[in-house]
Write a protein that binds this ligand. Structure first.
Ligand code: URA
Length: 298
């Protein structure tokens, strides 16, 4: 087929454009047609969007809070996440193209969500990564809007998946206690959420591609929630949000900032409460992190 001598501008919907660019296609595929696929304006995305790419594939945050040591399953996290509630299905891997296409769809749906309810509705239908195959429920978050503190963990555990709420097990109970020491609570001035909204099976942390596939939901949550400050729990979360490979120890003890829709939000890094269950000696350092967070009080 020969392209017409005076081609009209290519007509694509925003969704088609998002798909094409996500698939790396910026030229039409007809031989001889040299027109470029026009770029689509994607919503401004804070650093978390780039960071998912930089996040290391880590299967155990607990063992690797302070170092990049080889991951192992932590008793603390295992206690939180427990054994699988249903048999693990052998999931056929999705092709890179379908992951990219689904991620583009996810991003479009999340960016278009006018409120948290609509965002949760979009996420309930999400199939952007393999985690959808074994979830009981999508766990979006819990707490108040415009929170004084937005706490970000790594991903739901077994009980969270069953109840549809974050931090429902032991590490959540400890987190609640920690927040109480600075007069905060998920019922009062806190919102709790995670990097990924579906439970990674077998007590593992989310893979880089799962974090990337889910990032649009976190980005939109941040835009809609408008938190006053952020508490990043553990190395993977901190490195992802801050787009860095710096070790947790170097990220703790100072106030970072991330850009949410043009607004700078202060962010403090601390140990994951799941890690602290097994390393109580580090609770004192976590308490200092919370004091730092407290200095940001509005
Ligand atoms: N439950 C969550 O919701 N997040 C975590 O990081 C751990 C347990």
């Amino acid at each position: 087929m020969t392209p017409s001598p005076d081609p009209k501008p290519l007509q694509y919907s925003a969704l088609q454009l998002a798909w094409l660019h996500e698939l790396g296609i910026d030229k039409p595929w007809l031989p001889g047609d040299t027109r470029a696929v026009p770029r689509v304006d994607t919503p401004a995305v804070p650093s978390v969007a780039q960071n998912a790419e930089a996040a290391v594939v880590i299967k155990n945050e607990v063992q690797s809070q302070t170092t990049a040591a080889a991951p192992t399953i932590s008793p603390g996290r295992a206690a939180t996440r427990g054994a699988a509630s249903k048999p693990q299905q052998a999931a056929a891997p999705m092709s890179a193209a379908s992951v990219a296409a689904m991620t583009a769809l996810t991003a479009a749906a999340a960016a278009a969500a006018p409120d948290l309810g609509a965002l949760a509705h979009a996420a309930a239908a999400c199939q952007a990564c393999g985690l959808c195959r074994q979830r009981d429920q999508v766990v979006m978050g819990q707490g108040v809007t415009q929170p004084a503190i937005l706490v970000i963990g790594d991903g739901p555990g077994e009980q969270d998946d069953r109840k549809g709420l974050p931090f429902m097990a032991e590490s959540g109970a400890l987190l609640d206690q920690m927040l109480a020491t600075i007069g905060s609570a998920r019922t009062r001035d806190v919102y709790l959420t995670n990097l990924v909204k579906c439970r990674p099976p077998g007590n593992r942390l989310a893979l880089r591609e799962e974090i990337a596939a889910c990032q649009s939901y976190l980005v939109r949550q941040l835009e809609l929630l408008r938190p006053f400050s952020i508490l990043a729990l553990g190395r993977v979360v901190a490195q992802t949000l801050l787009n860095t490979d710096e070790p947790l120890q170097d990220l703790r003890g100072r106030i970072h900032e991330i850009d949410i829709a043009g607004q700078k939000i202060p962010l403090v890094v601390s140990y994951h409460s799941g890690y602290l269950l097994n390393h109580p000696a580090d609770k004192a350092a976590a308490w200092q992190d919370l004091q730092l967070l407290r200095t940001l009080r509005r």
